[in-house]
Each structure stands twice: as C-alpha cells, then as structure tokens.
Design a protein around this ligand. Sequence first.
Ligand code: 5GP
Ligand code: MG
Length: 177
Amino acid sequence: MVTQKLVISETQIQECVSRLASLISADYKDQPLLVVGALNGSFIFLSDLIRSMELPIQVDFIRLSSYDESTQSSGSVRLHHGVRTPVKGKNVLVVEDIVDTGFTAEFIRHYFEEQGAASVRICSLLDKPIRRLTSVTVDYVGFEVPDQFLVGYGLDYNQQFRELRALYTLEGVPQNP
Ligand code: 5GP
Ligand code: MG
C-alpha cells in the first residue's frame, strides 16, 4: 500500500513563495522579466510565484525530460519544446520544481545564454544539494531537502500526486524501479 508522509506543509510553501516573490521583485525592481517554467513540475509553483510578484512579466514554458517513468536521473537532458517568446536581450528567470543532479538546470541555463538573454537566473522551489553532479548556480532556492523523492505541489510520481497542496514522500513505492 502506498502512503504519503508530510514533509513540507501548505503554509510553509506559501510563506516560502511570498519570501521568494519579494526577493525577486526587489532584485529586478521595475525591469521587465521573462519568467519561464520548466514543465511539468513547476506549473503550480510558477502560478503562485508570479501572482505574488510585483513586476511586469511575460510567461512562457519549456519542456524537457531526464527522468521518464523512474525516479532516477539519467543525466541526459532532452528538449522537447522550447520557448516561443523572443529571448534576445531579456532578463530570464527560469522556474524549476527541484534541482537534483543539476543537469536540467545547467542545460536550461545554456539554452537561454545561447539565445542571447541579457541575464539568466534560476529559481527552484526545492534543492537537493547532496545529489549535485554539476556546478550549476541556483539563484533562488525555496527549501533545501535531503535525498528523498518528493511529490505534490506540481511534483509527480508517474504523473500522479501533482495536485497535492503540500509536499510528501511516498512509502511503499519502488525508489529505484
Ligand atoms: P536534475 O536534472 O537536477 O537531476 O533533475 C531535475 C528534475 O528531476 C526535476 O525537475 C524533477 O522533474 C526531477 N526530480 C528530481 N528529484 C525529484 C523528486 O524528489 N521528486 C520528483 N517528483 N521529481 C524529482
Ligand atoms: Mg522539473
């Protein structure tokens, strides 16, 4: 039987989102910003974050894959869908659900630098520094978490559990299928 164990509550998440939104709004002041969500995991975090920010923004999404149906990072990142919004000369803020090995974040950073972004920063709700295999910089971090597989608030296990309002670990599922 699969059971969910609470790790980060809805209140903790909302406080964290407000804190990050204030930081980002102060850093960019009134400068226009292109906010790019990495699908699918970031969609709920991004929705809350942009509604707490006080900035003139554009929003777009990219879709990548590194995990497929398992909980293990493959290290090879594939771009399935890039942004449609022009990037050249813009400040880009990439919104991620979680930075684990860092391969995805590093790939995204290069992708926007190659397109001539004026600046690229990464905001991730969660960070698992112990798992890092790259030297990518994460500019805004919500919570540092230990090496455990989390679901909820946009994060999935086999496309399930994204709708949960808080973050949980799952007990009773294979961690290394
Ligand atoms: P990285 O390229 O940094 O290894 O992996 C980043 C991606 O792996 C995240 O965007 C997310 O999709 C997935 N990932 C890493 N850790 C977790 C986790 O604990 N739970 C879930 N649901 N996805 C994770
Ligand atoms: Mg992701």
